[in-house]
Design a protein around this ligand. Structure first.
Ligand code: GLN
Length: 485
């Protein structure tokens, strides 16, 4: 892999020193992409020409001393539900197969300003609905660690690209775990920031009150640097927050001494694989050795997170996806008259998981069922937030699993959607409560598949997460847990 074994920060240093040019970095990424893509399918659209053009411009800006940021010259990948001006953005759906946005998402604008070079758009579950990246209309993504297994979802393409060395880091989106879970499956670092930290302008909505763009990288430092670049207050997103503490990389100098870390006992129920539970206990030991105070506690309400999440997410999705009607965007099927055209467009343009969720969402919002389902889910959401508030009165951080298992085999999950939904148990509550969460690789199981651990913080406490994540990462690099990944 040559250059591609470097972290984004190391590559940036070499570029700033003049040892490597931006064009060389981009060429190295495309060489890797050419050798791996046929097998992995991490990308939906590649933009070699555009990337080389950007590389030359950025090189000039660097030489003129006007582009000095931590990601200047770094080749990155962007999930295909994040709009890129002039570059096809499909959401992995047939219905947006030919959609070319007229504008950049705010996070993409920030990437470009920082001098990052966009290589292409990554594969994902259709409309970010799924946990395996198998619902894509462009075929499934394979896990670079073992191509018979899924990469996770829905940001599976972004995580696979970063894990395989096809890109140095990537943007993903997380509505119920879509950054953290595939990061765990692929052995990379992924963070879902506090709701409102990264502008959602230009992110194609799945469930607006839960969606958040976030960074995916090969090291905690890269992840913090990428979040620093994309976090911004944006008037174009009314839920975007003005924050003063976005110097996330500063947190890497801190240590975990004295941090109070709670592990929810309720996370260790029947469905959790032994290896994953051992990883969480291993990470707890690492943190305790370094001076953190770790203990078990009862979080409560854990079993209500999945039903509340799927009710709310599907309700919002059914409303957000109403705009895809064959008139305003992309694909249109031939039909006899307007209604027939709508029906045929939506029947043939959406895949079955998306249709299932639109139907579920329309049902829970329909009069007669609204109070029984949607309103009850909103009330449950408020109670879940309160349970976290109580936990954070006692603990600085929560440590737990990311997913109940390592990456399943391809084809295993789709036959039973309910089972797939249940595997989101450790991630969805974080979105319901608007909290930040990070997945850090910890170890591999007997067959060599990675498993991460999840750290959850109170709102706006990303820095603590980065401090603790760096400690877990350092212990892993020291070979603490036997097998390093
Ligand atoms: N697996 C969850 C879902 O299908 C989460 C997806 C996501 O975070 N985009 O809704």
């Amino acid at each position: 892999m040559g250059l591609l074994t470097l972290t984004a920060r190391k590559l940036n240093e070499r570029i700033q020193d003049g040892q490597v040019t931006v064009v060389e970095a981009v060429e190295a990424a495309f060489t890797e992409i050419e050798s791996r893509e046929a097998e992995l399918n991490s990308f939906i659209t590649l933009d070699r020409e555009g990337a080389l053009r950007q590389a030359k411009e950025v090189q000039q800006r660097i030489e003129q001393g006007i582009c000095t940021g931590p990601l200047a010259g770094v080749p990155v990948a962007v999930k295909d539900n994040i709009c890129t001006k002039g570059l096809r953005t499909t959401c992995a759906s047939r219905i947006l197969e030919d959609f070319v946005p007229a504008y950049d998402a705010e996070a993409v604008t920030r990437l470009r300003l920082a001098g990052a070079v966009i290589l292409g758009k990554t594969n994902m579950d259709e409309f970010a609905m799924g946990s395996t990246s198998e619902t894509s209309a462009f075929g499934p993504v394979k896990n670079p660690r073992n191509t018979e297994h899924v990469s996770g979802g829905s940001s599976g393409g972004s995580c696979a690209a970063v894990a395989a060395g096809e890109a140095f880091c990537a943007l993903g989106s997380d509505t119920g775990g879509s950054i953290r879970q595939p990061s765990s499956f692929c052995g990379v670092v992924g963070m879902k920031p506090t709701y409102g930290t990264v502008s959602r302008y230009g992110l194609i909505a799945y469930a607006s009150s839960l969606d958040q763009i976030g960074p995916i990288a090969r090291s905690v430092e890269d992840c913090a640097a990428l979040l620093e670049v994309i976090a911004s207050h944006d008037e174009k997103d009314s839920t975007s927050v003005m924050r003063a503490d976005t110097d996330f990389t500063a947190a890497l100098k801190e240590d975990v001494r004295g941090l109070r870390i709670g592990i929810p006992k309720d996370y260790f129920g029947d469905g959790l694989d032994r290896e994953v539970a051992a990883a969480v206990r291993g990470a707890a030991e690492v943190l305790a050795r370094r001076g953190a105070v770790v203990e078990d506690f009862d979080l409560g309400l854990v079993k209500y997170a999945i039903p509340a999440y799927y009710t709310i997410a599907c309700a919002e999705a059914s409303s957000n996806l109403a705009r895809f009607d064959g008139v305003k965007y992309g694909y249109r099927a031939a039909g006899e008259g307007l209604h027939d055209m709508y029906k045929r467009t939506r029947s043939t343009g959406f895949g079955s998981e998306v249709k299932r969720r639109i139907m579920l969402g329309s049902f829970v919002l329909s009069s007669g069922y609204y109070d029984a389902y949607y309103l009850k889910a909103l009330r449950t959401r408020a109670l879940i937030k309160r349970a976290f508030d109580e936990a954070f009165a006692r603990y600085d951080l929560i440590l737990g699993p990311v997913a109940p298992s390592v990456a399943p085999r391809l084809g295993q999950s789709l036959s039973d959607p309910l089972k797939m939904y249940l595997s989101d148990i450790y991630t969805v509550a974080v979105n319901l409560a608007g909290l930040p969460g990070i997945s850090v690789p910890f170890c591999t199981d007997g067959s060599g598949l990675p498993t991460g651990v999840q750290l959850i913080g109170d709102c706006f406490r990303e820095k603590r997460l980065f401090t603790a994540a760096a400690a877990v990462e350092a212990a892993r690099e020291e070979g603490y847990h036997g097998k390093t990944i």
